[in-house]
Design a protein around this ligand. Structure first.
Ligand SMILES: Cc1cc2nc3c(=O)[nH]c(=O)nc-3n(C[C@H](O)[C@H](O)[C@H](O)COP(=O)(O)OP(=O)(O)OC[C@H]3O[C@@H](n4cnc5c(N)ncnc54)[C@H](O)[C@@H]3O)c2cc1C
Length: 353
């Protein structure tokens, strides 16, 4: 094997938070065979395994990880007609740029999302009106239960808002490749679904625009919120959104609505988006802001981003415990104000909220 192997390896530099202690062993694999061999070896010896792509959705405890951390660094972008296949370790933003250059629509609004292609199905990555579940046809994964490589068709991925079968069964699947079906719309984007993007582009919802324009507009909107990685900017030392947007049943929403009126006055309408039969999604960023945690909140080394209330950030000298203390403060504050318990979006390793 040509894999790179390190003992007692720091994991913080592999995460966008730049937080977390060391792993007993760190393996970097650059081929599917190396990935599978490393997973099998860990499973055979009963060693705990942590999969790492770009580390942009990981909160690793200060004590680190006792076991094997496997960094998936496979590369490959294959485009054939409108069919796209990405190796799990491929850099997602590079893949988006390639499809836009090739004149193919479907993932252009997911520009600027850090991390690897292989992690995109895990939480059904989404932004600005697009989610990977709309374009993924199948996921090639190593199934640790059957010890075989399997092809999981979209219908069996159980995709939902920031969730999937892969997230539900974290110890089971190692994503090796992700296949997408894109659209050839003669150089135009998919219909623009997100109001903010449509406004910025000066078009109506449902219109199409040149692909490059869609991508660049999304990148600009994201930069303004600290949602594009920039090593110099501590507002991007984050995992993007730290909390998911709560989805409430009709009854829960009615109770919430009354709480909003009580706290903020009659006539204040909280954000509400249809989220399926009898369900409404509200905005975690709005809840956080209205609970008194405004942009830049905090005095310690972990603070709310100065550009977006939904991002918790490491100002440079934070520990994971500092970050979690801030996260717990926000969860408690929002619960006290509105009776809603926020749920963290990033995956926690060796710690919990
Ligand atoms: C500034 C910023 C902005 C962001 N904006 C968005 C956004 O707009 N929308 C959005 O959805 N997310 C966003 N994110 C979150 C994050 O970028 C995505 O979730 C991304 O897909 C994570 O990829 P990663 O390779 O970094 O995963 P990692 O952080 O390395 O891993 C995340 C999880 O996936 C698992 N995993 C990784 N690779 C594999 C694999 N090959 N097989 C099986 N499991 C694997 C890990 O074990 C872990 O549980 C943002 C993050 C940051 C820092």
């Amino acid at each position: 094997m040509h894999v790179q192997e390190l003992q007692d390896a720091p994991l913080a530099p592999l995460t966008t938070f730049r937080l977390g202690g060391p792993a007993t062993r760190l393996i970097t694999a650059t081929t599917d065979d190396e990935v599978i061999a490393a997973v099998r070896e860990a499973d055979d010896s009963g060693t705990p395994l942590l999969l790492i792509g770009g580390g942009s959705n990981l909160v690793i405890g200060d004590k680190g990880f006792e076991g094997t951390a496997l960094r998936i660094a496979t590369r490959g972008i294959a485009l054939e007609g409108t069919a796209l296949e990405l190796a799990a370790g491929e850099v997602w933003t590079d893949a988006v740029a390639r499809t836009v250059e090739a004149g193919l629509a479907g993932i252009e609004c997911l520009a600027g999302i850090p991390g690897s292609a292989g992690a995109t199905p895990i939480q059904n990555v989404g932004a600005y009106g697009q989610e990977v579940s709309s374009t993924i046809t199948e996921v090639v994964a190593y199934d640790r239960r059957t010890r075989e490589t399997v092809v999981v068709p979209n219908a069996d991925c159980a995709f939902s808002y920031r969730h999937s079968r892969f997230k539900a069964e974290p110890e089971r699947f190692v994503v090796l490749r992700v296949r997408f079906a894109l659209e050839d719309a003669s150089g135009l984007s998919a219909p623009v679904r997100y109001a903010e993007t449509a406004r910025a582009l000066g078009v109506g919802p449902g219109d199409r625009v040149p692909l490059a324009e869609a991508r660049e507009t999304v990148l600009e909107l994201r930069s303004g919120k600290g949602m594009v990685l920039d090593a110099e900017d501590h507002d991007t030392w984050s995992a993007g959104s730290f909390f998911t947007n709560p989805i409430l049943t009709d009854e829960e929403f009615a109770v919430f609505y009354a709480r909003v009126a009580e706290r903020l006055g009659e006539g204040v309408n909280p954000p509400a988006y249809p989220a399926g039969e009898g369900r409404t999604k509200t905005s975690a960023a709005w809840l956080i802001d209205k609970s008194g945690f405004t942009k830049g909140y905090g005095t310690g080394p972990a603070r709310i981003s100065t550009k977006h209330t939904l991002a918790l950030t490491n100002r440079g000298a934070a520990t994971t415990e500092d970050l979690l203390a801030l996260a717990r403060e926000v969860v408690a504050g929002v619960h006290a104000a509105f009776g809603i318990t926020l749920v963290n979006e990033p995956v926690t390793v060796g710690v919990s909220l």
